[in-house]
Write a protein of this length. Structure first.
Length: 276
């Protein structure tokens, strides 16, 4: 906890847990069902009964909750203490005193911590590893947590957009550098985001406010809090999907599912560990 806070104060890390608290205030059954469905589709299952599920970087706890509702025994951890508190609150709300869901603070870069957890049927880390400050080590570490007997690894990593990605790296660095930097970035980008979102609403729904209303319904958080997540999401690293394939194939993983983006979003990949 002290190390995380020190990194925040030094401008080396964004506090994601602050926004996750707001997300939990509006978490709905609809949103939980959407999360369950996304796990089912990407993992190619209807149930996780009898499976062990590791949520590496659990954030709000939403996908830990989804996995538990699908029948998995869940272990959740996060480096951000406020995210740990959010996941614990999520568990308390939906699975009070449940012994098949453990929530704790931990780092995906701490090999000693990970070693004591053992292997899991499913290792899940969505939009997390590129924010660790050591993405390649984190990618290697989560792979080592997957059961060799058909275990699955589900990751989502920011797409590499070359010069554009490097531009956003600098934006995020400035955002986290100080209150002045944060204010300057918001002053520059909030108007752009607002115009862009309004134009999208006009084009798709003939209503400049349509996207703002729709975002609240579909995403749970307010759109401005998500803008903060994007502008402040630091550390920040990226990778093309083919590079991730090259990383995991020699380690005995085969690609099962792939959902790519043609922009700055996350590429989603599910690997299956070779059963032989």
């Amino acid at each position: 906890m002290k190390q995380h806070q020190s990194e925040v104060e030094q401008g080396k890390r964004f506090e994601f847990g602050v926004n996750w608290r707001r997300f939990l205030e509006v978490l709905s059954e609809e949103r939980i069902l959407i999360a369950e469905n996304s796990l089912q589709q990407m993992l190619g299952v209807t149930s996780l009964q009898g499976k062990t599920f590791l949520d590496a970087g659990s954030g709000s706890g939403l996908f830990s909750l989804a996995a538990r509702r699908l029948g998995a025994t869940v272990h959740s951890f996060d480096y951000d203490p406020q995210s740990v508190a959010c996941t614990a609150a999520c568990k308390q709300r939906y699975f009070t005193n449940d012994t098949k869901w453990v929530v704790e603070e931990g780092s995906v870069l701490d090999k000693d911590y990970l070693a004591q957890l053992g292997k899991f049927d499913i290792v899940y880390s969505w939009g997390v590893l590129h924010h660790t400050g050591a993405m390649w080590a984190a990618l290697d570490n989560v792979g080592s947590m997957v059961s060799p007997n058909g275990g699955k690894l589900f990751i989502a990593i920011y797409n590499d957009e070359g010069v554009l990605s490097r531009f956003w790296f600098q934006v995020k660095r400035i955002f986290n550098s100080s209150r002045v930097g944060r204010g300057a970035i918001k002053t520059i980008f909030y108007p752009w985001f607002m115009v862009k979102t309004s134009l999208a609403g006009i084009i798709e729904n003939h209503n400049p406010l349509a996207k703002f209303y729709n975002y609240q319904e579909k995403r749970g958080m307010s759109i401005m809090h998500d803008w903060d997540d994007w502008l402040g999401g630091y550390p920040f690293e990226v990778a093309k999907p083919e590079v991730l394939l090259e990383l995991y194939r020699p380690k005995g993983f085969e690609l099962m599912s792939l959902k790519t983006t043609n922009r700055l979003g996350c590429n989603e990949l599910v690997f299956v560990h070779d059963q032989h």
